[in-house]
Design a protein around this ligand. Structure first.
Ligand code: G3H
Ligand code: 13P
Ligand code: ZN
Length: 315
């Protein structure tokens, strides 16, 4: 199946529009009907482009047929500017499989491999993807934190601006994920003084001014969600996310065109369900608390789209 058959659009096209018009397209991680419909309705209500990000473990959780069935059931129109993206593809093979079932973009994450391996594999998937009008994202540098169910990365190293131009030229990657101080998961910063390295980002942009850049690990870890989780039986301590002002700067004043958000939606989902169950102890209909979770995720996506990424009304 080709992504256009599902009403999806080219991820590259939506990122180029973001690059020209100084906003960022959100890539929200989804993994079930509730998160998928929350993100799609947020995009619809705000007339804004959005990228549905699916990790390999989310794909395994849903199954390919269920995912494509859900996307097909959402009746997406190309005029809505919605893309479907494989997040953190771990092999050329898994990226090819995603392209074959209808993804409009894939990330091949070889950032922990040697530079030569990263270049060779990214170039291989770019050849396959571009023949099918599919967009490729790659990564240089390493983010710390939890990247997927199986990968817990202790290290982080910033992207080296000196190697990005050569990498883009040799690989034909469409976009590049950069490491400038973000990390995956809920524990991104030790203190409010930890800032993103916009100096490194500026150097990267000078080298590759026409390449859309991607920011992973960009959740801000809203304190309201954490407070509700803790108030209603959870226990999350010392979490800290990316400062929203810095995220807004990245979205509107730099070449960051795609911003990845997963943890915030997980926290919103969990907070809403815990609160709903604790305040409605007699309820046992899952549709009720899952609806509360879906509404919370939708509202949070709308907040980011309108106030932070400025992708509102950018179709
Ligand atoms: O960056 C990775 C995402 O947060 C995906 O995590 O594999 O648990 O779905 P996951
Ligand atoms: P967060 O953990 O900050 O939401 O990161 C999401 C991400 O980078 C998905 O690829
Ligand atoms: Zn990521």
């Amino acid at each position: 199946m080709k992504y256009t058959d599902l009403g999806l659009i080219s991820t590259s096209e939506t990122m180029k529009s973001a690059l020209r018009n100084k906003f960022a397209v959100p890539a929200f991680n989804v993994y079930n009907m509730e998160t998928l419909t929350a993100v799609i309705s947020a995009a619809r209500l705000t007339h804004s482009p959005v990228i549905l990000a699916i990790s390999e473990s989310a794909l395994k959780y849903m199954g390919q047929n269920m995912l494509i069935g859900l996307i097909s059931g959402a009746k997406i129109s190309p005029s809505e500017r919605i893309a479907l993206h494989l997040d953190h593809g771990s092999s050329v093979r898994s990226c090819m499989q995603a392209i074959d079932i209808g993804f409009s973009s894939v990330m091949l994450d070889f950032s922990k491999r040697s530079l030569d391996e990263n270049i060779a594999a990214t170039n291989e998937i770019a050849l396959y993807a571009h023949a099918r009008d599919v967009t490729v994202e790659s990564e240089l540098g390493e983010l710390s934190g939890i990247e997927d169910e199986n990968t817990h990365n202790e290290n982080s190293c910033y992207t080296d601006p000196k190697i990005v131009a050569d990498f883009v030229r040799k690989t034909h990657t469409d976009s590049l994920a950069v490491a400038i101080g973000t990390s995956h998961g809920a524990y991104k910063r030790k203190s409010a003084d930890d800032k993103l390295r916009f100096d490194i980002l500026t150097e990267i942009q000078e080298q590759i001014p026409y390449t859309p850049l991607v920011l992973h690990g960009a959740s801000s870890i809203p304190q309201d969600f954490v407070d509700d989780i803790n108030k209603f039986g959870g226990n999350i301590q010392d979490s800290m996310g990316i400062d929203l002002e810095q995220l807004n700067f990245a979205a509107t004043q730099t070449n960051i065109c795609k911003i990845n958000i997963d943890s915030d939606l997980r926290l919103g989902t969990t907070a809403a369900i815990r609160k709903y169950l604790a305040t409605n102890p007699a309820i046992f209909n899952p549709r009720e608390y899952l609806s509360a979770a879906r509404d919370t995720v939708q509202d949070y996506c709308i907040f980011l789209i309108r106030e932070i990424f400025k992708s509102y009304n950018k179709i």
